[in-house]
Design a protein around this ligand. Sequence first.
Ligand code: PLP
Length: 374
Amino acid sequence: MIESMNRVEIDLAALRSNCRALQEELREDVTRLLAVVKSDAYGHGMLPVARCLQDEGVHSFGVAEVHEGVLLRQAGISGDIIVFLGADEDCLAQVVRHNLQPVFFDSRQLAEISAFATAADARIGVHLKVDTGMGRLGILPDEVAGYLRQVEKASGVYLAGIMSHFPMADEPPVQPSVKQDALFKDIAAQSFHAGENRPLAHIANSAAMLRFPDMQMDMVRPGISLYGCNPLDSTLFCRAELAPVMSFKTKVIQVKDVPAGFPVSYGHTFTTSRPSRLAVLPVGYHNGYLRVMSNRSQVLIRGQRAPQRGRVCMNATVVDVTDIAGVEPGDEAVLMGRQGRDEISAGEVAGWMDTIHYEVLCLFGNSNRRVYIS
Ligand SMILES: *Cc1c(COP(=O)(O)O)cnc(C)c1O
């Protein structure tokens, strides 16, 4: 089969190494790791990522929606699968058939799960989502007691966990996270007592688990750090050594010498100020290389940085290679990742895109063919 000249490379060895680095950060025999693989594993491909992590001893996986959990089961993932956005009524048969653990935040929703599971003679684990300060999904803290009574009385379900989420664990101010942690620990302490089969209390994402180890509780839910990105603000120290898993590569399809005063691409937003050598790349916003990066980004060719010039088009982008010796059609161009001794990180691309590295990974990974290397 003939494939696109653009490819996203997924380095499974880096994924394994990040998983081990995170496991080293866990409080031994206390905290377990749930790998967040929603959104096609942040663009890395949910199934190969989950299989690789299962081989590394990960037993819990987090997805956004039920259909993702079904795909994991069909691919042979056997551990706990937690569905962050809960189970819509239409999905209950799948939840029961594949033994998924939906998050719940609404009492009618819990009643529906209970009725369905009871009729199917099943017992489904559910996780209660509490909004301790995220200001998004979840019940408010003063509703917890009522919900716990409802779960206890309901047949066909058991409380597998109680969870919350941090909105600011990656940012310099510590106080919002400290406050939420205290509130959540209080809720957990009042909700159940220590013991063998008690529900899991979990609140920490990548940033919180690395920055505040005493907020790890029974389980942590890293996503971005598994994929090798530093989850913390650049002013904060990251304890774990993480290696980027994704890179994005293309190749030069034309090289040409042009005079000074030569306008480049749609709208002529760039004009050469000196005799220049330009290289054309077969990549554009169709591939997630967004137009907002026009005249802002850089790519690596022959180990050096080539600045992008003129508008990024749907399938083409021009870079200036005047200062790089010997560039030829067929040369590899790295849009994100390492080449030679230099590296363009997801964070750097995010700066050119006015966004965060999470979005860059989803965009590049989910818009291009992926190649797995290990
Ligand atoms: C996406 C998500 C995470 C993972 O967050 P990272 O910042 O990528 O570590 C954890 N918990 C929930 C509920 C999520 O939706």
